[in-house]
Structures are given as structure tokens and as C-alpha cells.
Design a protein around this ligand. Structure first.
Ligand code: DQA
Length: 139
């Protein structure tokens, strides 16, 4: 299995964006750590701020040997279209969040994606991504 990490809107600014919530580390830096740790497994990364591009990527990779780790950012709480894409593909998709969304504003408590994802990991900072990879590898 290959791992594809997909990050949605504003996650390109990790390290700069609300560091009291999301931490000080850039995703590129964290990704390099992950790739070193799982050197035997290809870990690919895609980020877009655009809903349709996230859907295109899920469609493109979702019928082959990928396990997908998806942090859809705020689209988690708004996007029926992303939920439909996840429901359509055959690859397992794990929903992740850096923050514990249940500790935050009530509009973050609902996810359109959770019912169509294999599982959900949230609240462990960037380590949420590693936990999702572990879950995919243990399937
Ligand atoms: C997030 C939580 C979302 O509510 C928020 O819109 C994000 C990041 C997280 O990783 O904690 O952009 O998905």
C-alpha cells in the first residue's frame, strides 16, 4: 500500500496559522520526519485550498493501491461533494484533524466526511497523521 496525505484549505500555512491551535511546525518539515520514519512505504502529499481539486485528487488515486489520510480542513464541516467522492472510491480514507474539534466551536462538531471514512483521528496535533498511517498499515 502507498500512503497519500491530502491536506485541504489553509493547511499550507501550518506553522504560521494560529500556532496556539495548530503548533509551530510546517507540514513540509513534519512530512520529512514521517517519510524518514516510514522509509519503506511511499508517502505522497497533496495540498489544495480548492474543493474541486481535492475531489479530483481523491478520484485520481482512490481506485488504486492507496490508503488516504485526509485533513479536509473547514470543508470537513461543509462539503457534501467531498463526502460523495470519498463514498465513491475504493481506497480507505481516514479523516484526521490536528486539533480536537469537539473542544472547539459547535460548527466544528459536525463532519460530512466521518460517515463515509474508515475512521477518524483528531486532537493529537501533527501526530494525528502518524496515527492514521498506523491505522492504515494495520488493516
Ligand atoms: C482542522 C479543524 C477544522 O475545523 C479547521 O477548519 C481546519 C483544521 C484540524 O486539523 O484541526 O482547517 O481540520
Amino acid at each position: 500500500m502507498k500512503i497519500l496525505i491530502i491536506n485541504g484549505p489553509n493547511l499550507n500555512l501550518l506553522g504560521k496559522r494560529e500556532p496556539h491551535i495548530y503548533g509551530n511546525e510546517s507540514f513540509e518539515n513534519y512530512l520529512a520526519t514521517l517519510q524518514k520514519k516510514y522509509s519503506a512505504i511511499p508517502i505522497e502529499y497533496y495540498q489544495s485550498n480548492i474543493e474541486g481539486e481535492l475531489i479530483n485528487k481523491i478520484q485520481e488515486c482512490g481506485f488504486s493501491d492507496y490508503g488516504i489520510v485526509l485533513n479536509a480542513g473547514a470543508y470537513t464541516h461543509t462539503s457534501v461533494a467531498l463526502a460523495d467522492a470519498i463514498a465513491t472510491v475504493t481506497a480507505p480514507v481516514i479523516e484526521v484533524h490536528i486539533s480536537n474539534v469537539f473542544k472547539r466551536e459547535s460548527f466544528r462538531h459536525h463532519s460530512f466526511l466521518s460517515p463515509v471514512c474508515r475512521g477518524v483521528i483528531c486532537g493529537f496535533g501533527l501526530d494525528s497523521y502518524r496515527l492514521a498511517i498506523e491505522a492504515l498499515l494495520n488493516q
